[in-house]
Ligand binder design. Sequence first.
Ligand code: HMG
Length: 389
Amino acid sequence: MKVGIDQLSFYTPRYFLPLEVLARQRGVDYAKFAVGLGQEQMGVTPPDEDIVTLAANAAEPLVRDGGAGIDLLLFATESGIDQSKAAGLFVHGLMGLPAECRVAEIKEACYGGTVALQMAAAMVMRRPASRALVIASDIARYDLASPGEPTQGCGAVAMLVTANPRILALDPEVGLHAEDVMDFWRPNYRDEALVDGKYSTRLYLGTVEKAFARYAQASGRSIDDLARCCYHLPFTNIARKAHERLLKLRGRAEIGPGEVDAAVVEALGYNRRTGNSYCASLYQSLACLLDQCEDDLSERRVGLFSYGSGSMGEFFSGVVQPEYRQHLLREQHKRMLAERSELTYQEYEDMFQMKVPQDGWDYVFAQYRTGPFRFGGITGHKRRYERAA
Ligand code: HMG
């Protein structure tokens, strides 16, 4: 039986900062961001959006039927808003999903979305009539003027996981690599992540090799069996570096001209404009590939590499389904990115500084541009979500 992604929806907030503006402000050559990192813009979350509204806004197009038959909702994030209650329960309420539903939140840095996807697939395999909603939603924040700042971003991806999926059937073979390291972390008392940036990049690239080697051994496939590859994208240039590493593992010295870009470039456009969206980043890249690749990928195999600092890596793959193009939300994604408002540097910094108050008082938040759902404020220590006016 085939199991995998039946529908795929991505959402990013309505504001962005051009990195050209950030480069000027920081006195850095813009080419470092645009060429060196492969980033052009940074998505910015207004004060009345958080991981719940990002997630609900991503999921809304997939549950317009009331979510009939959804009996699992897994919410992956590393930007948690509560130490106890799963963020998925807020989404469950906003979407009006059935009460007979298993809901939980999952964490392992940027890798959480993949755990959620694989768990959902396993559950559907056991009960083929089930439909699972997997959501990956994150806001990437580093200290102002730190090396990580130009890689900040935000976004959410919602995926319906079913039997006989219409978009991507997952292969059962995977390659895993786990290691206890401190490359990137965020202690509970901080809103911004701490990172040993260059070490984290080295670890990412070492992990992709180890995970791919295990995937190749388990599946008997080589990199040449994959029509395209999508990678976790803290910044888009890392996909080129990772893919080059995997091509070198073939044992042939030469890599053909354009061979790296041919495999990865169509999957980079959305992330180049939103920045890192942690758990959602890989699936945003997959959405970009499927939406924008001019070649028909039907029946072709796509490789996916998921990385979460700390660290966990997984290489896996899936086969794109016939007629997949009819089920994509390509126009919606295009419109959403095109209609975002550009911020000045000062507006970005003001939004960055407007953190959710932690003093326990009640608050009503001003209305910014958002998707259908917004974070209205806090009453009696409880977050209030509502439909945007
Ligand atoms: P940095 O010190 O700002 O940059 O840190 P750099 O000096 O290494 O330069 C970056 C690239 O720009 C280099 O290219 C330079 O040569 C080039 P490379 O040599 O690497 O190919 N460059 C230029 N290119 C053109 N024109 C110029 C120019 N100047 C320089 N004028 C770093 C970069 C990524 C470390 C930093 O942004 C950072 O700390 N980012 C956050 C951490 C991160 O993204 N790590 C990636 C792997 S870990 C991961 O993916 C997990 C994560 O998503 C979190 C999670 O799992 O939850 C982060």
